[in-house]
Design a protein around this ligand. Sequence first.
Ligand SMILES: Cc1cc2nc3c(=O)[nH]c(=O)nc-3n(C[C@H](O)[C@H](O)[C@H](O)COP(=O)(O)OP(=O)(O)OC[C@H]3O[C@@H](n4cnc5c(N)ncnc54)[C@H](O)[C@@H]3O)c2cc1C
Length: 551
Amino acid sequence: MAARLSEPDNNWTVLALDRGSASALTPQYEVDGDLSGVYDPNYFSVPQNYLLGRLVRNPRYYGIGGTAMINGMTAVAPSRHLLDQLWPNGWKWDDLFPYMVKIQNHYCYYLPSSLTGISDADCRLWHGQDGPIDIAPPLFGNMSDLLIEMMNECEQDVGFMTDYDNPTKQYGCYFQQQFRKPLNKTDPNSSSIRASTWEAYLKGINRTNLQILDSATVLKLVFDDNEPTKCIGVVYEYKGQVYTATAKKEVILSAGVFDTPKLLQLSGVGPKLWLEPFGIKIIADNSEVGKNFMDQMAVYTAFETTEPVPPLPWGADTCGWLLNSRLKESYSNWTDIQIYCYSQFPGLTLDVPIVGYDPILAYSNPPISFMTFLVFNTLPDAHGTVKIQSLSPYDRPQIDHGWQNLSEYDQMNLQYGVNFVRNMTTSTRWGQKYVKQELFPGNRYGGSDDLHRRLNLCSAYHQVGTCGLGKCTDNQARVLGIKNVRICDVSLFPTQLNVNPTFTLYSMCEKVAHLVRDQHSHDPTNIASIYHCQKLKLFISIVFLSLFLNQ
Ligand SMILES: Cc1cc2nc3c(=O)[nH]c(=O)nc-3n(C[C@H](O)[C@H](O)[C@H](O)COP(=O)(O)OP(=O)(O)OC[C@H]3O[C@@H](n4cnc5c(N)ncnc54)[C@H](O)[C@@H]3O)c2cc1C
């Protein structure tokens, strides 16, 4: 957002504020692993009844680039049908698709289709080449027999997708595509780094009209004394001092699914009933701020294999499925289950104490080959809330996933996924050749899949929805009830997706940048001015983007 809005032809100045430190920009975060761990800022939920009182761990990352600096880098387009049926006008597939193309620099343009699995025609139809974000496909030429045989098995069973971004065929099994930048585009053996938004949009940019300030924590929004619903900037803390950044045009909140609703609520924008007990002056009784919180849910299974399961070339996690549980008629046009298989447990040592993952497998470091299957219910019924629990901007909000009593659908969807994995590993030719036995849950819970779920269900880390389009905002992403504040992060999702969120998020943010540009390029008050706040000249932020005008 900051990069787009500070493009020279806009003639605007932008200030990007992020509470994280500059350590994000060290080479450690350019490596491709999923770095999420106990040292990240973990946002825990309140106890969840269905989990027998366990908390849900929600890792985040503070720093420029956000949580995508520690994520699994999976790049996947959403279902065309889901957007068309469930998303508001202006945000259907045809509206977002141009931006999906705009973000991409896809490797189907640089490598032969025998390696990428994507034909030249499909490459041109579904992928972009001029965008800032590198997307690396799996390299079919460099795969082990185990993976090729899995692909063949899938092809016969549920179908294999060589390109899951092709919306005419988004069902079945796949090898993962990633936000990944090989250092030499045309060399399939090149080493590669994480293609984060930092790397894609901001690294190396030197613009006098863009200031990026890390270690700057936004405390609240500032409103005009004479026009109480008009936002005119933000208050933030930087190196122990408090400053006010005045925004000539807009503030754009991108603090994520937990902190965006928290900041709105602390600023007096949210459900009156939630804010009044804290004595907060109500600026706008927007009853949707912090509601509609949705997280995909995940359970793990593990199987002993006859040989080690290699990662894909470029080190990507191995394979996955997009499936339909057929439990809901209204979801029949898109998938509602995603299954990942990993050559081992992702973050094995990290989630163990928290999600209750089988301690025997986790701590004994078994001298055996095994693979794990992670089953996601991508579109759960369960909805929760995110609300402030104190007046301190440094406190995390109270997070309730709404996993108190899971609906029949939510439980059966997960069961369908686990049954599918069991069938794949025991009844197919591939399973009989490569899989020895179920390690987890195995008979750990006396054969009870319900207990397995209750003791192991965890977040799939795809939390969305706490200031959704068309509910909490208008369909231009402007927060209802106040002026000059827009959202651009996963809180803006009006529904869950059938897949991982960031590919869609980046496309949405490109669209939001477009909307901002459209609105203000016709604004007759587009007059030059630069504001000084104590020691700083002010412009706009990514995390809290205050749009200004240039001189
Ligand atoms: C372990 C893990 C693996 C994942 N894997 C994938 C994957 O493979 N593919 C995928 O698509 N998605 C994945 N996700 C999900 C994805 O990473 C997130 O949905 C996405 O990064 C959220 O982006 P966001 O911009 O909404 O928020 P964030 O990325 O969380 O950004 C919020 C930013 O706001 C800043 N901030 C917060 N409060 C303040 C404040 N008061 N003042 C100033 N700054 C503030 C933070 O420092 C942060 O930089 C994964 C998530 C996790 C945790």
